[in-house]
Structure formats: structure tokens, C-alpha cells
Design a protein around this ligand. Structure first.
Ligand code: PLP
Length: 393
């Protein structure tokens, strides 16, 4: 590797490639005109939250879109994942999940009463490796939680087979899964339940925070509803302890405004990523996560893997050089969860080799619904120039 010292200066000393900056994402805020009828509806109904009529329409629209029986809107996915062990009927035990995901996956399941056990990821998709899952199953294992990372569906079919064969509960952290499909079926209806996030970094957002859980199981849906409502179903009695998680009506309105646009957003993101992958394909040391044949991604993120030796510069130095050009990036996901203070004392049953490599190589580049092909062309050209400058210095 060239002995590159990153200087935080742009290559062209006169001005950075993106003088006004290229953000990692640019969430779309609904316009006053779009929101006006919903605000009037809220004034008429008197509902601001509490499973009001807008929230119920949002849930019905989601369920139709994902072809599932129930979608339950919540204040954030972190609470939804925390509820899942209890609503599924798990009373403690171990859950197998990837360490290569956002820390909320582990935190929520831990707070939901399960002990996280990490399996390694597949070197092509960067999602759970089913063989590694099988290798870490132990006598206390009760569940598997797959994660559709960056929008790439994890190997749902293989995980379903393992769960069935070993008598384990299977559910998914589908925070990134909106707009993704597995063998023609929208992500949402797999396993016992799938939890989605609509926080600000997602393909669409419900006013910056929000989420929902999708399930085809009536009992799970009923218990999820009680969980998001302090363990209450009707009246003031409570059947079990639970923390509240409701999506306000105005957030559900933002969801209803955005949902018809989601297929268009996915198409734009797919086109931009395809263009970027073509433009970056000749650059040594850059590769891309793969999507299994028959699956599609909603492309929540545009991740590249930077192999420092071959590229001539580490992922972190490339991130610094891009920042000097006005480009915002994020190292999703570094450190991996098992390297974090909160989980460092867990004994790993398998070496998390692919996870650790990915967490030093992954770099998420800007991707948002209003991004243009010109932005992509300048971004890729900038990466090429950075590589050229480092290898010739
Ligand atoms: C993989 C994953 N799981 C869970 C969450 C938590 O979602 P929320 O912010 O809605 O609680 C996130 C948030 O980005 C995430 O990326």
C-alpha cells in the first residue's frame, strides 16, 4: 500500500469536487400542501396519536404493499424488536444474530430478554451466513434474527430451513428492507415477524422517526398491539409490563404521502447504484455487496468495500479524502457489535472473520432519492482521482 498520509485537502486545491457538499442522504420533508388535508382531518377527528384513523389507514396501506396480514406502526423499530421475544412467547434463551449490523439489533433483543450470540456473515452479501448460524446453535438457542443489511435480503430460505429443522423461532430486523424482495415476494412476510424502521436515514421517513412490525400471525399482532400500549388491549387493565411505542398521526400522514413514491425511489436508487458500479468497476480494490439471484434490494444504502492494499489507501483515509471533497460518508458498520464495550465479554463460538474484515472495509457513499446521475459521475470520478493521487504520491 502506498504510504499515504491523508491531509484533508481536496485534490484540486482551488475547490472541492462538491463545493456545496454531497450529503450521505437527504430525507424528503412533506410539503405544507401535502400535509394540510391530514392536519384538517386531525382537527376534525381530535386524534393526534393513539391509533387514530390516519395511523390505521397507514397500517392498512403498508399491509397491502407488503402483502401481509398485519402491520403495526410504532414510534421506532428499537421498541418493536424489543417486544418480539415476548410476543413470540420466548422466555429467555439465546438469539443468533449478525454482529455486522446496527447496534440496535442486539440492544433491543437483549432488552427483550434474550442473550445475543453472534454468527459470521457471508463474504458476498454481508448478511448472516447460514452455515455460521448452524455452527453457533447451542442447547440454549431459541431464535434466529436475520438482518436485511443495506436492503440486501439475507438468505431467508436457508434460515427458514434451519429454524424449522432445529425448532427455532425466526424473525427479521428489516430496518433496511423496505422495497426489497425475496424470490418475487416483498420482504415483510417472512418468518414470524419482520420489523421495519422509518427513521430519517431510510428510503422514506415518517417525520424523522418511526417504524412498524409486519406479521401474518394474529396472536403475534394482538400481543404486539398490547406491547405498544403498555400491555393493554382494551380498557385500563394491563396483561404484562411493556413500554409504550405509538406513531403520531402526523407521522403516519407523512408515511401515507410517501408510500406511493417508494417504487419510484427504489428504481432511482437502483439506477444510480448501477451507474456507480459501472463507473467504479475498473478501480482496483473496490467491490460491492452482492444480491442473491432472484432477490432484489430496495437499496437503503450504497456500500462499497475498500480493500486497502489493492486500492492504495485504507477505507478511513478514503473517507477523509472524500470529506475534503465535500462528500459525506459513513462506515456502516464499524466497530462490529462484538467489538463494542457493551458486548465485548461475550464468548464467541466461531471466529467472526468476515465481520471483522467488512467492518474495516465498508464505506457507505451518498445515496438519496433526489441524487442525480451527474452527482454519481462526479463522485466516481473523485474516487478515481483520489486513488490516482495516492498511488502517484
Ligand atoms: C439494522 C437496524 N436495526 C434497527 C434499527 C433501529 O431503528 P429505529 O431507529 O427505528 O429504532 C436501525 C436504525 O437505523 C437499523 O439500522
Amino acid at each position: 500500500m502506498a504510504n499515504h498520509q491523508h491531509t484533508n485537502a481536496s485534490i484540486d486545491a482551488r475547490q472541492p469536487a462538491f463545493p456545496d457538499g454531497l450529503p450521505l442522504m437527504r430525507p424528503r420533508v412533506p410539503t405544507a400542501e401535502e400535509l394540510a388535508p391530514y392536519l384538517e382531518e386531525m382537527q376534525a377527528s381530535g386524534y393526534m396519536s393513539n391509533f387514530g384513523p390516519i395511523g390505521r389507514r397507514y397500517e392498512e396501506t403498508l399491509a397491502e404493499m407488503l402483502q401481509v396480514k398485519h402491520c403495526l406502526a410504532i414510534a421506532n423499530l428499537s421498541t418493536g424488536l424489543m417486544y418480539l421475544p415476548q410476543v413470540i412467547g420466548l422466555d429467555g434463551g439465546e438469539v443468533i444474530l449478525p454482529s455486522y449490523t446496527f447496534v440496535a439489533t442486539a440492544h433491543s433483543l437483549k432488552l427483550g430478554g434474550l442473550s445475543p450470540v453472534f454468527a459470521d456473515i457471508d463474504p458476498e452479501t454481508f448478511c448472516l451466513d447460514p452455515a455460521s448460524v448452524e455452527a453457533v446453535i447451542g442447547p440454549d438457542t431459541v431464535a434466529i434474527c436475520g438482518v436485511h443489511l443495506y436492503g440486501t435480503p439475507c438468505d431467508v430460505v436457508a434460515l427458514e430451513e434451519i429454524a424449522q429443522k432445529r425448532g427455532l423461532a425466526l424473525f427479521f430486523d428489516s430496518a433496511h428492507g423496505i422495497g426489497s424482495t425475496v424470490q418475487g415476494q416483498p420482504v415483510g412476510g417472512f418468518g414470524l415477524a419482520e420489523g421495519f424502521s422509518t427513521s430519517v436515514t431510510k428510503i422514506y421517513t415518517t417525520m424523522g422517526e418511526g417504524g412498524f412490525v409486519a406479521t401474518n400471525d394474529d396472536t403475534i399482532a394482538e400481543r404486539l398491539h398490547m406491547s405498544r400500549n403498555w400491555g393493554r388491549s382494551k380498557g385500563d387493565d394491563s396483561s404484562f409490563p411493556s413500554i409504550v411505542s405509538k406513531l403520531p398521526e402526523v407521522s403516519a400522514a407523512a408515511g401515507l404521502i410517501e408510500l406511493p413514491r417508494v417504487p419510484g425511489y427504489v428504481a432511482i436508487r437502483q439506477r444510480l447504484i448501477q451507474r456507480a458500479e459501472t463507473l467504479l468497476s475498473d478501480i482496483d480494490g473496490i467491490s460491492f455487496p452482492k444480491i442473491r439471484d432472484g432477490d432484489t434490494s430496495g437499496h437503503k444504502d450504497f456500500a462499497i468495500m475498500v480493500a486497502g492494499e489493492a486500492f492504495g489507501m485504507s477505507r478511513d483515509d478514503l473517507a477523509g479524502a472524500l470529506a475534503a471533497e465535500g462528500v459525506e460518508t459513513r462506515s456502516y458498520f464499524a466497530p462490529a457489535i462484538h467489538q463494542m464495550e457493551a458486548y465485548r465479554d461475550i464468548n464467541h463460538r466461531v471466529p467472526l472473520v468476515v465481520t471483522e474484515k467488512a467492518s474495516t472495509q465498508a464505506l457507505c457513499l451518498p445515496l438519496f432519492n433526489q441524487m442525480t446521475e451527474d452527482d454519481v459521475a462526479i463522485l466516481c470520478e473523485t474516487i478515481a482521482k483520489i486513488q490516482l493521487s495516492t498511488n502517484s504520491s
